[in-house]
Design a protein around this ligand. Structure first.
Ligand code: FAD
Length: 524
């Protein structure tokens, strides 16, 4: 580890410019310094947008918003910050964080979306080089429409940047097979907190590569990612199966993701919903198409307060006969224990399937729900405790719903490389993603105010702790509670700190997470 520290720290050639004094650090007062940087991109001192995020729970204005044109711009901005005693730098993707993770209070925000070059598909078709600020939707459209190729692992929603999801994990229904998005990257270009630019991969500057993936932006800014590609299918058979018993739902979901069958679906997710006619939280939330409403008579009258839905997809090409696809679906779904008659299916193009949340976004925007605050909570819960979690949280605390989706599906630890920085529950091969995607809107009864939602999230986390559940927050945030961060990382905390000391010793990067405090070391 020491050898690494020396190599990376000595590689830091912070220019011999004078140290910044604090009086210069007041927005427009920084202008002459930016002029000296000779950026190819632009600097904006109207920073209101840079102080907000999708969560809408926090706001904190940066001093300046930099729109870089190149990796050199990013490096120069970080070097500028390193000359001050307290300037920080936040890479901002699409600011779809919930708790201010991409904010830089009184610091410098870098809008990664302007970075070039954006998307270059390798002539071999094996991979694509993508700017850290490219949206996944751009990647999808470009790769599929121009080349008939696609990345293997996605998020449900694609208006997120490549650098933003790779800093966390990037999880969706393909992760059981290919791992999260962080497992589908073979090379990165990164600017460290020292302002140095490195290309890294599992073989070259590997410590930096593994640190940055899932590293919450703490070790470097991803300016380019090399993402694996495969031939894209044309069509998707999209299927939903409803369960009244939690044990049947989890047994089938685990069977499918563990490769229990010879043939398997290409996408496996699931969610829980309220067993009522409530239009937002109840049966209508499980229907695939408004023309095919959920038929309550298919679930037994003895069922509980919540039901479960397995969401599956099978890829196929235009040249496949429909009857052959029907047969495959029948063979794979026939043995599952869902409530007979509850199965609904739709045929959509591959691109339409991957853009399915965009449709929901358009509807939510139209009725004003998209732009309100979002007190979301994401957890990874070990299989050992998921039934208990269901009993205490879904069937009890959340039995009336949350005003949005409650995702619940299994993932496999063996698909996650432990050298990367993502933190998982400690035991067992299977763990569950639990995503409480709350929307707040003027809905008459049963729903909570935003403050009550936040308290309910805290209550759920406290219950998990009290009951000794093996769980971790996904997309974590603990305010400035340093002890909570230490507990979050558990036995990985020492490694995380060491990596910080190597790659961002002044704690310049990603200040919005408040894991480390900015410290002052004069440029060497
Ligand atoms: P930002 O919010 O802008 O940034 C997030 C963090 O990453 C910040 O700390 C920031 O400083 C850092 N960062 C940003 N860009 C870079 C970079 N280039 N290099 C280094 N650090 C960087 N997640 C899933 O896994 N699966 C899902 O299906 C999923 N669906 C979502 C749907 C919606 C509607 C929303 C709002 C979020 C969803 N997320 C999902 C969560 C999402 O992956 C994270 O919030 C992600 O960080 C947001 O990406 P962003 O580009 O907006 O990043």
């Amino acid at each position: 580890m020491i050898a690494y520290i020396e190599r990376f720290v000595h590689g830091n050639d912070v220019e011999s410019m004078p140290e910044l004094d604090s009086t210069e650090e007041d927005g427009a007062g920084l202008l002459p310094l930016f002029k000296g940087l000779e950026l190819q991109g632009t600097v904006d001192f109207d920073t209101a947008a840079g102080g907000k995020d999708f969560g809408g729970l926090q706001s904190s204005k940066p001093l300046a918003m930099i729109r870089p044109a190149s990796v050199d711009d990013v490096a120069r901005v970080i070097k500028l910050a390193s000359r001050s005693s307290h300037l920080t730098v936040a890479a901002q993707g699409n600011r779809h964080s919930i708790n201010g993770q991409a904010m830089a209070h009184q610091g410098l925000a870098i809008d990664m979306k302007t970075l070039e070059p954006r998307i270059q598909v390798d002539p071999s078709g094996a991979h694509v080089d993508v700017s850290g600020g490219a949206l996944w939707e751009e990647v999808l459209k470009r790769c599929v429409s121009d080349h008939g190729l696609a990345p293997r692992s996605w998020t449900d929603y694609l208006d997120l940047t490549v650098g933003g999801t790779l800093s966390n994990a990037g999880v969706s229904g393909q992760a059981f097979r290919y791992g999260p998005q962080t497992e589908n990257v073979t090379e990165l270009e990164v600017v460290t907190g020292n302002g140095d630019v490195f290309v890294c991969s599992p073989k070259q500057n590997s410590e930096l590569f593994f640190s940055v993936l899932g590293g919450l932006g703490q070790f470097g800014i991803i300016t380019r990612a090399r993402i694996l590609l495969q031939p894209s299918p044309d069509m998707v058979r999209w299927i939903r199966l409803v369960y009244s018993e939690f044990s049947d739902f989890t047994a089938d979901a685990e069977f499918l993701v563990s490769g229990g069958a010879n043939d398997s679906f290409d996408y496996v997710e699931g969610f829980t919903f309220v067993n009522s006619e409530d239009p937002v939280n109840g049966w209508p939330s499980a229907q695939l198409h408004p023309d095919h409403p959920f038929d309550r008579t298919h679930v037994p009258p003895t069922d509980g307060p919540v039901l479960y839905c397995l969401e599956l997809a099978l890829h196929y090409s235009n040249h496949h006969r429909r009857s052959a696809v029907d047969k495959r679906v029948e063979r794979m779904a026939g043995a599952l224990r869902y409530c007979r008659g509850s199965r609904v299916e739709a045929e959509v193009s591959y691109v339409e399937f991957l853009l399915r949340v965009k449709r929901a976004e358009e509807e939510a925007k139209a009725n004003g729900m998209w732009d309100g605050p979002h007190a979301w909570l994401n957890l990874f819960v070990s299989k050992a405790h998921i039934a208990h979690f269901d009993a205490v949280v879904f069937k009890n605390i959340l039995k009336h719903g949350i005003g949005g989706p409650m995702l619940l599906y299994p993932l496999l630890r063996s698909k996650w490389d432990s050298r990367k920085s993502v933190v998982l529950p400690t035991e067992g091969e299977i763990f569950y993603l639990v995503a409480l995607l709350r929307f707040s809107f003027p809905y008459p009864k049963g729903l909570l105010s935003v403050d009550e939602m936040i308290s309910q999230n805290q209550e759920i986390v406290e219950i998990c702790k009290r009951k000794g559940f093996d769980f971790k927050l996904y997309l974590p945030y603990y305010g400035d509670n340093k002890e909570a961060w230490r507990q979050h990382f558990g036995n990985q905390w020492t490694r995380f700190q060491q990596r910080k000391a190597i790659f961002d010793p002044r704690a310049i990067l990603a200040p919005g997470l408040k894991i480390f405090s900015r410290n002052w070391q004069p440029p060497s």
